[in-house]
Design a protein around this ligand. Structure first.
Ligand SMILES: [Zn+2]
Length: 282
């Protein structure tokens, strides 16, 4: 953990990539306040992040959770004195699924012999974001504005991206993934591409060449365009198959083989596409 360090990708815009899950957290420093993007997986990791933030700035902190998956928000416990922003859907989701997420993570940690971390996760209080937004929102950090962008459903139904227009940087959360497939468990595979296109076409998106994915290496605008195109091909393939006779997960997933996504990803995407089609859901 101690070997992790910040990388300044633009003046006053820092990325901290962690070994665990290749998770990226962000720090944007203004003249009066600084903004932290995502808080890691449990209280102690959040505290470690906070210490690292304090090596760079003493300013008052504002926090944004890009979405309600544990690795982006369970570290909120260390930032409870700060304003914590998220989409209102993230607060709902965390309230509804937080304990379930915790059980799954703890089980996974125990099955991979990481008892100490499992206890850390068990002991972490889940702190909900409480500055809730549902549309694009500007936050003034003093001398610099940051934009929270909601472009539609994708990785979840409540992904927020954080744009720093003066620096040409977008923190995309898990709407963009580098080094692994886009994660589909809670995704909207038929809408994700359109959401990414909408994000790329926002004024701040058009101007940004530096995109920070939720996990993996920092990428450029063309990487995001390619990921949007890939997700667009996936949605098109699914649409074609679903327009024909009734179909199941296997048939749907196998129709999309060859696009360059792993079988596991295709199956999860197929499960979600069928789930979302079969009933009125959020
Ligand atoms: Zn996620």
């Amino acid at each position: 953990m101690s070997e992790v360090s910040w990388r300044e990708v633009a003046p006053g815009v820092h990325v901290r990539r962690h070994e665990e899950l290749k998770l990226n957290c962000g720090l944007v420093v203004g003249e009066q306040r600084a903004l932290v993007v995502d808080t890691r997986s449990f209280h102690r990791q959040g505290s470690d992040l906070l210490r690292a933030v304090r090596e760079i700035t003493d300013l008052e902190l504002v926090v944004v959770n890009t979405h309600a998956h544990f690795d982006h928000c369970f570290g909120n416990a260390a930032f409870r004195d700060s304003q914590i922003y998220a989409h209102s859907g993230a607060a709902d989701d965390l309230l509804r699924t937080g304990e379930h997420q915790r059980r799954q993570v703890v089980e996974h940690l125990r099955s991979t012999d990481r008892e100490e971390i499992a206890r850390d996760v068990e002991a972490t209080e889940i702190v909900l974001p409480f500055y809730l937004v549902e549309e694009d929102t500007a936050i003034d950090l003093g001398g610099r504005e940051v934009e929270l962008l909601y472009a539609g459903r994708g990785h979840t139904d409540h992904d927020l991206a954080v744009a720093v227009p003066d620096a040409g940087v977008v923190f995309a959360g898990d709407l963009v993934e580098e080094g692994a497939d886009p994660a589909m468990e809670d995704a909207f595979p038929m809408e994700w591409a359109a959401t990414l296109h909408a994000l790329l076409e926002r004024p701040a998106g058009v101007l940004s060449e530096t995109w920070v994915p939720g996990h993996g290496r920092v990428v450029d605008r063309s990487f995001v365009q390619e990921q949007a195109a890939l997700l667009g091909r996936l949605a098109e393939t699914f649409t074609e198959v679903l327009a024909g006779r009734p179909t199941g997960v296997d048939a749907l997933a196998s129709a999309a083989r060859g696009l360059g996504l792993e079988d596991h990803t295709l199956r999860q995407a197929a499960v979600r596409a069928l789930e979302l089609r079969s009933g009125p859901t959020s």
